[in-house]
Design a protein around this ligand. Structure first.
Ligand SMILES: *[C@@H]1O[C@H](CO)[C@@H](O)[C@H](O)[C@H]1NC(C)=O
Ligand SMILES: *[C@@H]1O[C@H](CO)[C@@H](O)[C@H](O)[C@H]1NC(C)=O
Ligand SMILES: *[C@@H]1O[C@H](CO)[C@@H](O)[C@H](O)[C@H]1NC(C)=O
Ligand SMILES: *[C@@H]1O[C@H](CO)[C@@H](O)[C@H](O)[C@H]1NC(C)=O
Ligand SMILES: *[C@@H]1O[C@H](CO)[C@@H](O)[C@H](O)[C@H]1NC(C)=O
Ligand SMILES: *[C@@H]1O[C@H](CO)[C@@H](O)[C@H](O)[C@H]1NC(C)=O
Ligand SMILES: *[C@@H]1O[C@H](CO)[C@@H](O)[C@H](O)[C@H]1NC(C)=O
Ligand SMILES: *[C@@H]1O[C@H](CO)[C@@H](O)[C@H](O)[C@H]1NC(C)=O
Length: 553
């Protein structure tokens, strides 16, 4: 009886959820029956987690900016940064970057030599982080960080052809990255550059067309690699499909109904929804954009008016020739929330504020309750409220999924400098972990453990490889699936390069009471899965295993 009950849990949950919806008019959004957990990892890591990237050694690279003044973390060995052009501190012996080790919950200071404020980046084929731009002495820099025990940032001067501040990067199938836009930059460039490329950027008029006077609303555009090899570029309130190899707009998508802006500083967020049926002749791709601010909200803050943030999410099938937006309402308005792809294909919407916009002192009313968006749910019943944190995380906060299924959450500093007292929303140096419902111990009997392959396996395109798993309780072979996720670069509420693929699996052969093996088919091309490290998860009844790392190709 016990096992039967456990096997039925997820469907029972959905039934319960629908019943609630049927019988409750006043309660359109439900709170999850299982406990999501918040865990304080560190009261202080000594700096604001403004940018965050997970690397394949399970370390998070975190950094803020060098012109905040002193951080609360001292650099080791008497290292200091000397910058005569810094307006705040000419000499600074504190760290503005660190490496956090998920497994041991420890961190070490890193020395970043130039200003990385509001920059962008991507993890590349060899697993290192390539970070681009920033401010002041950092605006045309490229920095790389290779994962190892003692590695430090390596910086290259004048590697970008123009300054890049608030740009978006996307990692490409050929192993390069494209760097799009940024403040007063209506253009894009690549890194590294081909020898034949001119030392000037390619113009992108779409960024001019979506630039609002007095608010911009075209910064940190939402960029995704479509399954046809083109880039979906969303700025302000609409998107184009862009052929970056021929510098041509392939398609223009309609405006999101209502026309309100979604990009910085009217910061909403966006994800590419899970890519499935990868062997099909035409793979479908969908994008989800959530939150943002009403048009004019940024200017109104100057007059002390904090408009309620947008509560709408809009979803579009970007592979459809005649795509339209399907709009739904979240339980609350949200600006500056992060959207994190969970291993099971659901989307966590976390952090942010309910009123105002991005920018210093520009938001109030923190959004303390995360939401889970059930990607497969039916319209009107996709949002599930999660338990609240008691720490506001608004401007300059981050959220990143780690291999064990938790989401590490940090940062928040709505002030120009570090301010710890006499303000409503102090500078936040703490680091927390949010555990989604699937980590609840009641799901332990369902949770699979990957026995094979071992982590860091190499997988080539279209390769069929054997996977074996074990579950703690009763195995239901029909309810197994496998996903892989590219670890994104997160800053300013957008996770660049976030990409979840659902892999097809063959016949499941039961090999013991609770073990089985099956064949998994890797994605067929670098357009579907650009070459880099991915986290591979097994799911049993939608409950994910801890991930392992695989390297494509
Ligand atoms: C950071 O340092 C400042 C100045 O030394 C101090 O006032 C503040 O309490 C520290 N904050 C934390 C969270 O450690
Ligand atoms: C595109 O969608 C519009 C509005 O839904 C419809 O009127 C039109 O016929 C569609 N065109 C094609 C080619 O499907
Ligand atoms: C969503 O639906 C697809 C297709 O029906 C299925 O393959 C997938 O497992 C479902 N995912 C979740 C999270 O329910
Ligand atoms: C706190 O803020 C108020 C209003 O901005 C200001 O008048 C006061 O001097 C501040 N107090 C301290 C201790 O900084
Ligand atoms: C399996 O069960 C054991 C004993 O109850 C528990 O310690 C372990 O964490 C479980 N494993 C998973 C993956 O849930
Ligand atoms: C994967 O390939 C790389 C070379 O590209 C090699 O260094 C590494 O050892 C391989 N990993 C495994 C597990 O075979
Ligand atoms: C499988 O289950 C049967 C019946 O419960 C039990 O007798 C047997 O020892 C189990 N085998 C293994 C390998 O756990
Ligand atoms: C599962 O069993 C079938 C039939 O015996 C066999 O053809 C297939 O190779 C097996 N799959 C794996 C992954 O071992």
């Amino acid at each position: 009886m016990m096992t039967t009950t456990l096997v039925l849990l997820p469907s029972f949950f959905f039934l319960f959820f629908h019943l609630l919806l049927l019988f409750s008019v006043t309660l359109p959004f439900t709170t999850q029956a299982w406990n999501a957990q918040w865990q304080l990892l560190h009261n202080s890591i000594g700096m604001v987690a403004m940018h965050m990237q997970l690397l394949h050694n399970d370390r998070l690279i975190i950094y803020d900016r060098t012109d905040f003044g002193l951080s609360n973390l001292t650099l080791p060995n008497g290292i200091c940064r000397h910058d005569p052009s810094d307006k705040i501190l000419k000499t600074d012996c504190t760290a503005h970057s660190l490496e956090y080790d998920v497994a041991t919950n420890t961190f070490r200071a890193l020395f970043v030599q130039s200003d990385v404020w509001c920059s962008s980046g991507a993890a590349i084929a060899d697993g290192s982080l390539i970070q681009t731009g920033g401010y002041n002495d950092g605006e045309r820099k490229i920095r790389s960080f290779s994962p190892c025990e003692t590695c430090e940032w390596q910086e290259t001067d004048n590697a970008l052809v123009v300054r890049r501040w608030y740009s978006t990067n996307h990692y490409l199938p050929d192993g390069r990255q494209i760097i799009i836009g940024g403040r007063r930059q209506f253009n894009y460039e690549f890194y590294p550059k081909k020898k034949t490329e001119h030392a000037k950027p390619h113009m992108l008029p779409f960024l001019v067309q979506t630039n609002d006077k007095g608010a911009e609303n075209n910064l940190y555009p939402f960029v995704f690699l479509n399954v046809d090899g083109n880039l979906f570029i969303f700025s302000n309130n609409r998107a184009i499909l862009f052929d970056y190899q021929n510098d041509a707009v392939v398609r223009r998508y309609p405006e999101i109904p209502g026309g309100d802006p979604r990009c910085y500083p009217s910061t909403g967020s966006a994800v590419l929804l899970p890519l499935r049926n990868l062997e099909a002749e035409s793979v479908e791709a969908e994008v989800l954009v959530c939150g943002g601010a009403r048009r004019g909200a940024f200017q109104l803050v100057a007059h002390g008016v904090f408009k309620q943030a947008l509560d709408s999410c809009a979803r579009i099938k970007i592979t459809d020739l005649n795509a339209t937006w399907e709009v739904e309402s979240m339980p609350m308005g949200r600006v500056m929330s992060d959207m994190v792809m969970l291993p099971n294909g659901d989307v966590l919407i976390i952090n942010g504020a309910q009123s105002g916009t991005a920018g210093w002192e520009r938001a109030i009313n923190p959004a303390l309750e995360p939401l889970i968006y059930k990607t497969n749910g039916s319209v009107g019943s996709r949002f599930v409220l999660q338990g609240a944190s008691n720490i506001p995380r608004m401007y300059h906060s981050t959220a990143v999924l780690v291999r064990d299924g938790r989401v590490v959450v940090g940062g928040s500093n709505p002030h120009e400098k570090y301010m710890f007292s006499n303000v409503s929303y102090p500078t936040e140096l703490s680091l927390e972990a949010f555990s989604p419902y699937y980590l609840d111990p009641s799901f332990s009997p369902l949770r699979p453990i990957i026995l094979h392959p071992a982590s860091h396996a190499n997988v080539t395109y279209a390769q069929k490889f054997k996977m074996s798993i074990r579950v703690n309780g009763t195995l239901v072979p029909d309810l197994l699936s496998v996903t892989m996720l590219a670890p994104p670069f997160n800053t300013h509420s957008f996770s660049m390069n976030q990409r979840l693929l659902v892999l097809s699996i063959g016949q499941v052969n039961v090999t013991g009471n609770s073990t089985c093996e099956f064949e998994v088919t890797a994605p067929g091309s670098a357009v579907l899965a650009p070459p880099t490290f991915y986290m591979l998860f097994a799911l049993h009844q939608h409950i994910p295993s801890h991930g392992i790392w695989i390297m494509m190709p």
